[in-house]
Design a protein around this ligand. Sequence first.
Ligand SMILES: NC(=O)c1ccc[n+]([C@@H]2O[C@H](COP(=O)([O-])OP(=O)(O)OC[C@H]3O[C@@H](n4cnc5c(N)ncnc54)[C@H](O)[C@@H]3O)[C@@H](O)[C@H]2O)c1
Ligand SMILES: *[C@@H]1O[C@H](CO)[C@@H](O)[C@H](O)[C@H]1NC(C)=O
Length: 435
Amino acid sequence: MRSIEDHDLFPSTPGKVKIERTNMLNRQFYRCFASTSTMFVWALFLIALTASYLSFQSFVDPKNRHYPISWGGLNWEKQVRTSAQIRESRQRGMSVLVTGAAGFVGSHVSLALKKRGDGVVGLDNFNDYYDPSLKRARKSLLNENGIFVVEGDINDARLLAKLFDVVAFSHVMHLAAQAGVRYAMKNPGSYIHSNIAGLVTLLETCKAAVPQPSFVWASSSSVYGLNEKVPFSESDQTDQPASLYAATKKSGEEITHTYNHIYGLSVTGLRFFTVYGPWGRPDMAYFSFTRNILQGKPITVYRGKNRADLARDFTFIDDIVKGCLGSLDTSGKSTGTGGKKRGPAPYRIFNLGNTSPVTVPTLVSILERHLKVKAKKNFVDMPGNGDVPFTHANISLARSELGYKPSTDLQTGLKKFVKWYLSYYGYHHNGKSVN
Ligand SMILES: NC(=O)c1ccc[n+]([C@@H]2O[C@H](COP(=O)([O-])OP(=O)(O)OC[C@H]3O[C@@H](n4cnc5c(N)ncnc54)[C@H](O)[C@@H]3O)[C@@H](O)[C@H]2O)c1
Ligand SMILES: *[C@@H]1O[C@H](CO)[C@@H](O)[C@H](O)[C@H]1NC(C)=O
């Protein structure tokens, strides 16, 4: 061994004396090399040991490494099963898994489904993107109405598999997401986590489920990005997103398309236009304006190019809920991978808007009237932070396919919101807080 090595190391060593000297050097070198190489081997061994330990760990518990089990057990399963039960009197009812059920839209959709007799199981991770106590309060409301909300993440594949194990969901209403446009500049990872990775994990579960559920989910009007042609129609191009949020929603439309194409999953994507109403989201302008106006704090009103007012196609929550239920009712069945024989599963996209954009200053003046308080307005030129100057939905497709017919104007809707806000946050009618 050694001579071969020596020879290899010094293949052309001429002269005897030189050979002896080189041999001496060789031996020194070899000793040194031997100890280094021993260390090297030991290091390799330790690395291999650690690696095999880690891979063994993930082999034992592959999908649950980041999600400690806070679910499971006989009682838990019973609660899930009971919640998913369809009322006996209901004809052709559905059992729906609603993700983001502790969220604004999710809580409303869950209640509406339960009210008409469908089975509903909620799923939400109660993250603190905004005050989680509001999510807890929505959850209590759902509990009171016989809806169980599972606490977990849509990235937890084991939890999802378990849920489908316990209940053969006929539909998934996927509303869990990282929402908000500006927050993407602060925490881009959260958008990838929930809107991309979480979506794929959920789709993998749906595709593998027997039977496959129909999949209805929330995209966003933000996919229209910087488009200037109004109103926004579903067939318009959507390749100019103005924010990472919009880009993840657009990706979602394309990702769901592949699951429809390859696995025969019935998919309906809903492009919501600025949804507002009771139990709404504190990060949205109408909500934070209300809070600030009541607290006597100034509000920031953004203005677009050439001082043009920003405008939004504000859509009242009850109208959105009707659009969601209409989508579930007309979603058609998933066909599985054998879909070619039985005809392809549907892939649909709908705008759910109100078709009447209102400028932000008008929004503020309606709030002032309902709150009976004057707002302190700071007009600021819109920074390039992902917001688009205006949105306006063409809803004729949803009207003809879903029977979608929004019926609440901003005046009426905001009146309901303000009424809820004052009572939820404990304001008396004179506008003073009791807290
Ligand atoms: N409200 C709007 O104006 C509007 C407009 C367009 C699109 N949307 C979309 O509609 C859907 C519902 O929006 P919303 O206004 O009710 O928002 P929301 O934030 O109130 O609800 C989303 C819920 O999902 C949960 N969630 C987030 N990531 C999760 C994860 N990884 N696992 C489990 N739960 C998770 C959150 O805790 C939250 O309760 C979202 O997909 C949103 O992007 C909303
Ligand atoms: C609205 O959408 C429908 C179908 O989706 C389309 O036929 C119609 O031309 C659109 N209307 C406008 C004004 O863009």
